[in-house]
Design a protein around this ligand. Structure first.
Ligand code: SAH
Ligand code: SF4
Length: 349
């Protein structure tokens, strides 16, 4: 059987050059192709007329530009958030969110179809795990977002990519890191280390590997509770990777890379938003170069908790700042009306 055509969005620039070189064509063609893929955002070989016909026909027979067609697009009443349900070649679907802020735009990409980690308050966890995404399918989401931006008024350049969509990125380590390498290529989308954030439920071996390999991306760790028992109730993966091992891995990440780390905390009314909880997280992470992102809980079908009130969020922030010198932000609620907020992404079969 013939091998399936190579998805060009899954190749790093050196790999693309090696492929074109192996066919006996000049590196100039590879450079031109790369430019059209990531700066021209070409969706087909016909959109690259500068390539000689013989190069194009070889490309068309052995490779493909893995675009992800939109099966549904929704726009939030907030005017800044759009959600795309994207179709994959095998019939699975994933969601990608594009958020515009003043002068900048962020794509929130998925790393898996579904998720195996089962966090109780997360719609992706509630749907279960279906499969890993390939690097090409991840890159393609960012390219799709870049195309959508180019076609709309407002900021044209995609500035940030966050792996906060469906799935657990460190449970799909190799494909995610390959996608990071492609996204950050300076002659392509050019998203540097400062512009890419991976959010993890706390996959300890993945955090250690990221540190040891000095991967160029920010890391955000979803904490939600400051002791093992409470955390394991919300985040079942904590049973496999207990809090003390997680904190050791976070310290290793910061000291090894000399970088700060982010902690995420879904603020749930009465459950993890009291002054006592704020002090507990302050004690847990004090001393680390950390910033806390507080996310008032977004509604999902399978979980009945409510978001914290804004006074509780403010008190939480004050305790972190005054008691422990920890900066924090409260995530702006965006796209909740179209279920595009954190933890709300899911895909029908
Ligand atoms: N799997 C990764 C990234 C995807 S979720 C992770 O868990 O970190 C991105 C963030 O949204 C995580 O911090 C996650 O805990 C949080 N989240 C999940 N469900 C949520 C909900 N219903 N409301 C608010 N935040 C939620
Ligand atoms: Fe998976 Fe993250 Fe959702 Fe947990 S919060 S189920 S790790 S996507």
């Amino acid at each position: 059987m013939d091998s399936p055509p190579t998805d060009l969005y899954g190749l790093t620039r050196p790999e693309l050059h090696a492929l074109v070189d192996s066919w006996g064509f000049s590196g100039d063609h590879a450079a031109l192709l790369w430019k059209h893929l990531y700066l021209g955002l070409a969706g087909s070989f016909e959109q690259i007329p500068e390539l000689p016909a013989r190069v194009r026909s070889r490309l068309a027979s052995e490779t493909r530009i893995g675009t992800v067609p939109v099966s549904r697009e929704t726009a939030s009443g907030d005017g800044f958030t759009r959600k795309f349900l994207l179709a994959l070649p095998d019939g699975e679907r994933i969601e990608t969110v594009l958020m515009r802020f003043t002068g900048r735009a962020t794509a929130c990409v998925s790393s898996q179809v579904g998720c195996a980690m089962g966090c109780v308050f997360c719609a992706t966890g509630q749907m279960g795990y279906r499969r890993q995404l390939t690097a090409g399918e991840i890159v393609s989401q960012a390219v799709h977002a870049a195309r959508a931006l180019r076609a709309a008024p407002g900021p044209h350049r995609l500035r940030n990519v966050v792996f906060m969509g469906m799935g657990e990125p460190l449970h799909n380590y190799d494909a995610v890191m390959r996608a990071v390498d492609i996204l950050r290529d300076p002659s392509g989308l050019g998203l540097g280390a400062e512009r890419i954030t991976l959010s993890t439920v706390g996959v300890v071996p993945g955090i250690r590997r990221m540190a040891d390999e000095a991967r160029p991306a920010h890391l955000a760790v979803s904490l939600h509770a400051a002791n093992q028992e409470e955390r394991a109730e919300m985040v079942p993966a904590a049973r496999k990777w207990p809090l003390d091992e997680l904190m050791d891995a976070c310290r290793h990440f910061c000291s090894r890379l000399g970088r700060r780390i982010f902690f995420e905390w879904a603020l749930i009314d009465g459950r993890n938003d009291t002054a006592g909880h704020a002090h507990a997280v302050g004690r847990l992470i004090r001393g680390l170069p950390a910033q806390v992102n507080l996310i008032p809980l977004n509604p999902t079908a399978g979980y009945s908790g409510a978001p914290s009130r804004s006074e509780a969020a403010r008190r939480f922030q004050r305790i972190l700042a005054d008691g422990y010198g920890l900066p924090s932000t409260v995530r702006q609620r965006r796209g909740i009306d179209i279920a595009a907020g954190c933890g709300q992404l899911a895909s029908p079969r």
